[in-house]
Structure formats: structure tokens, C-alpha cells
Design a binder for this molecule. Structure first.
Ligand SMILES: Cc1cc2nc3c(=O)[nH]c(=O)nc-3n(C[C@H](O)[C@H](O)[C@H](O)COP(=O)(O)O)c2cc1C
Length: 324
């Protein structure tokens, strides 16, 4: 998710679940080809397994960007066919590629020819006035013909005119049944359902119908949701770490990144939700929000927030509550 699932976010999420597959934000092929590659593509080995999502509709550029991504060590290269933003539309990629299955297939074929890792596609069930039955079937058939075995399907249409990207994540109605029918009609493909899944129970309820579930906003707002996934969905017998344990492991990472010149809030903004639903969640968030962006803010800010969450900083908590 753009601006959200950067490398710091993924490092943090990986502390909560070892098995969940993580994805980068969408990166345009041009950014990979002409940008600062270490900044655009760099990630920590701890983040594996992690996929790189690319955006473009130029098969040659995508092939080259995919190759560079695979050389960086990404475990999968994913093509974005779901983003509805104006910028992406004017580049003729993202969701508007749903109207051009042959071009999407050409992109996938070119990417597959240049990387040893799987090439997958994230799409919608349709765009605008497309018939979500026939069009999605045709899109998937054409792209699968080019060798794509995995489709992550955001179970709502994108309306390319008149809705903002944010509205396009909420307004067009969800249609899980359409994704289930896709899986039923193409059992040999791996179909992953996305959109509006807000709990582990909701994810589990989908699994009889599809191969997997992708969580976006819920995992960001309430990352501790991921902590039970390894045990519940992947059969791990390890006890999930507590929220405080996760912070304890994240803090040395934060210190290392601070020493490289990263600002504290670039990392702490991703952990604001870790105490979601817990008694001192608000005070924890508030401490980070008020202090982590300040010049020179260091690890002590996280340490205090951690102690607030733990209930050690009672005076700090009391003071914060008075001001709420
Ligand atoms: C801030 C934000 C940024 C997003 N960026 C991307 C992106 O870069 N690539 C992508 O495929 N989807 C992106 N999405 C869409 C999500 O991946 C997901 O498809 C959508 O939010 C529906 O799933 P959810 O209800 O689980 O969040 C983004 C969503 C949000 C909220």
C-alpha cells in the first residue's frame, strides 16, 4: 500500500508473523529503472517472503524492472492491475489494464521471461460498466495463458471516472461471490481474495472458497491481527509474541536505522496501531504522535511509549488522560 507498506512497515509486520507473504507498495517500472534503486528497492533480509509490486504497461520496462527486482532478492513480482488513480490512468496502467487483457498478458509474458521467481497479478473484478462475469473471465484466461498462475483479486470494481482512489476502495460494492466463482471455474489457478477483510475469522471464512486472503487496511490499523495467523492458518506450534515483545525486537532495528540517518517517525508511524483495542492504546499513540516527529527524536521516545503501554509510566498516562 503506497505510503504505508514501506520497508520499515514490512520489517515490523514480519515480527508479528513469519509466514504471511508481504508486498511492497506499488513501484513504477520507471522508478526502478531510473530512480535511486537502493532507496526504491532496498529491504532487509528479515522481510522475506516479500513480493515487489510493479506498475506500468510497457512490457520491456516491466521486464527490466522485474529482473532488477529479482536480482535484489524479491520472492515474487506482482503486476498492479487495480490502482484507479488519475496519475496511473494517464500512464495507461493499473486498473485500466483490465480493459486490455492482451496488453496485460504481454506484460506478464515479458516479466516471466526475465525472472526466475513467480509473476503474479493483482486486479479488480472489473472496471466501470464492464460485465464482471465475462470480462473478468476473459481477463484471467488471457493473462493465465501468458503463464500467470496467481491472481489476487480485490473483490470490487474500480470506477475510473468520478471516484477518488480512496472512494474506489469503499464505494463500489464488494462481491466475494464473484471471486469464489472465478476460483470454481479455474481450480488450477491460485486465487487470493482481497477487500474488506477485517478479522482473522473473516479471512478463515473465505478459505474454503479461495486459496488465500490478502489483508490491507485492517492489517495496518491493527497489526497485531497478524500475530495469530501463523498458529491459526499456517499450523505453527510457536506461541505468538506479545505486543511488548514485538516492540522489544523492533527497537534495535529502529536504533540501527536512526544511526543511518532515518527519522524516528518514518518508522514509528507504522506501529501506532499495535496496541489497538488495548487499555493504553491511545496514550501510546499519542506519545509517539507528539514526540517522534521532533528533530533529534531518538529511541527514548519509543521506550517511553512502550512503558506507557505497559502501564509503567502511570504519571505520564494520567497526564495524557487528563488532556484527552
Ligand atoms: C493507503 C493505501 C495505499 C494502497 N496502495 C496500493 C498499492 O500500492 N498497490 C495495490 O495493489 N493496492 C494498494 N492499495 C489497495 C489495497 O491493497 C487493497 O486492495 C484495498 O485496500 C482493499 O483491501 P482492504 O479492504 O483489505 O484494505 C492501497 C490501499 C490503501 C488504503
Amino acid at each position: 500500500m503506497m505510503e504505508w507498506t514501506d520497508r520499515h512497515c514490512r520489517y515490523f509486520l514480519r515480527l508479528l508473523s513469519r509466514r504471511t507473504f508481504l508486498y511492497t507498495e506499488m513501484v513504477t517500472a520507471e522508478a526502478v529503472l531510473y530512480g535511486d534503486r537502493a532507496r526504491v528497492l532496498g529491504f532487509s533480509p528479515e522481510e522475506h517472503p516479500v513480493g515487489l509490486q510493479l506498475g506500468s504497461s510497457d512490457p520491456n520496462k516491466l521486464a527490466e524492472a522485474a529482473r532488477i527486482g529479482a536480482d535484489f532478492g524479491y520472492d515474487e513480482i506482482n503486476l498492479n492491475v487495480g490502482c484507479p488513480s488519475d496519475r496511473v490512468q494517464s500512464g495507461r496502467f493499473g486498473a485500466c489494464l483490465m480493459a486490455e487483457p492482451e496488453l496485460a498478458a504481454e506484460c506478464v509474458a515479458a516479466m516471466r521471461a526475465s525472472v526466475p521467481v513467480p509473476v503474479t497479478v493483482k486486479c479488480r473484478i472489473g472496471i466501470d460498466d464492464q460485465d464482471a462475469e465475462a470480462s473478468l473471465d476473459r481477463f484471467v484466461a488471457t493473462v493465465a495463458e501468458a503463464g500467470c498462475r496467481t491472481f489476487i483479486v480485490h473483490a470490487r470494481k474500480a470506477w475510473l471516472k468520478g471516484l477518488s482512489p480512496k472512494e474506489n476502495r469503499d464505494v463500489p460494492p464488494l462481491d466475494y461471490g464473484r471471486v469464489h466463482r472465478l476460483k470454481a471455474s479455474r481450480p488450477e489457478l491460485e486465487i487470493v481474495l482481497n477487500g474488506g477483510i477485517e478479522s482473522l475469522a473473516a479471512a478463515e471464512a473465505q478459505l474454503p472458497h479461495v486459496n488465500g486472503v490478502m489483508l490491507g487496511r485492517a492489517a495496518y490499523a491493527d497489526p497485531y491481527l497478524l500475530a495469530e495467523i501463523d498458529r491459526t492458518l499456517f499450523g505453527s506450534d510457536e506461541t505468538p509474541p506479545s505486543r511488548l515483545e514485538v516492540l522489544d525486537v523492533f527497537m534495535p532495528y529502529v536504533e540501527t536505522e536512526l544511526a543511518k540517518g532515518m527519522r524516528l517517525n518514518q518508522m514509528t508511524r507504522h506501529i501506532l496501531g499495535v496496541f489497538h483495542g488495548q487499555p493504553r492504546a491511545r496514550a501510546f499513540r499519542r506519545h509517539l504522535a507528539e514526540h517522534a516527529h521532533l528533530d533529534g527524536a531518538g529511541i527514548a521516545v519509543v521506550d517511553t511509549a512502550r512503558r506507557i503501554a505497559h502501564g509503567e509510566e502511570r504519571r505520564a498516562v494520567a497526564a495524557e488522560q487528563l488532556t484527552l
